[in-house]
Design a protein around this ligand. Sequence first.
Ligand code: NAP
Length: 303
Amino acid sequence: MRIALVGIGKIALDQHVPALAASPDWELAATVSRHGRVEGVEGFARIEDMLEARPDIGAVSLCLPPVPRFQAAQAVLRAGRHLMLEKPPGATLSEVHILRDLAQAQGVTLYASWHSRMAHAVAAAKAWLAGRVIHEGRITWREDVRKWHPGQDWIFQAGGMGVFDPGINALSILTEILPMPVHLRAAELDFPENRQAPIAARLSLSHGIAADFDFRQQGPQTWDMEFQTDAGQLALRLGGNLLEIDGRPATGEASIMGEYPALYARMAALVRKGASDVDLSPMVLTADAFTLGSRRIVEPFVF
Ligand code: NAP
């Protein structure tokens, strides 16, 4: 199946292009980007031009930041093509509701992808937690924004989500593995005085689960979550890729490179089945943190 990639920036080049090159299901047939290119692939600057010129391309994958994404997503669905969205699936929930309805009306697949759910140990963690009672949980998602998002000013603009850009990955794992729904009880968000999105956040969730997101981490980077249950302790480390049970390694692989091949395999399966997958629960928790969270102004941030 032919697919076009839109927004040739960091994640497109780091993950999507290699995953598509290795995929038995997909051929990268075109790109859309004002500045980015992929060698040997036809490039367009405007999505409308690509959709018109290449009716043979049946699917489009959007790697744009969340705010400019909606317009492109609507154009793809209106043109009757299947659509895969990077996380978070939109800048607002109502945008994604509209896209979900439009995809259904057009009879095409919409896949709101959550790459962290494809990490090596997430399915095993979900299986282990099934039927257990969670007494307490702790999520620690602390990374250096200068290392992982160099110069990406959009991330600190309104709608860029700030530290929730990585934090929503933790929430996507949490909402996948828990045996029950979870909701936000309180949040505290730290906004740099010169920015419109938080650089750190602390969340208090139901079932005694606390989350600590921080974009200012120097030295070792941490993407961990730990749960105390009625029948032992589970820890997921390295963004869901390594599983420990009662302090001992259980399964997983210390690599994130399996996530995007798994996303594209899932997209292919959805297209073949004529199905969609649009789970907004990680985004609901994020939106609730912005709605309910108290705000602290902290020192200015410059890249
Ligand atoms: P990026 O490199 O800053 O942006 C991707 C591309 O989007 C840009 O190169 C740009 O290409 C295009 N674009 C179109 N309108 C834009 C606008 N208004 N502002 C900025 N860029 C615009 O971002 P990214 O890191 O690849 O992230 C894109 C999406 O992937 C985000 O939703 C992010 O959460 C997700 N993601 C990122 C990572 C990561 O590690 N970086 C990991 C997983 C998921 P042109 O200028 O050529 O049009």
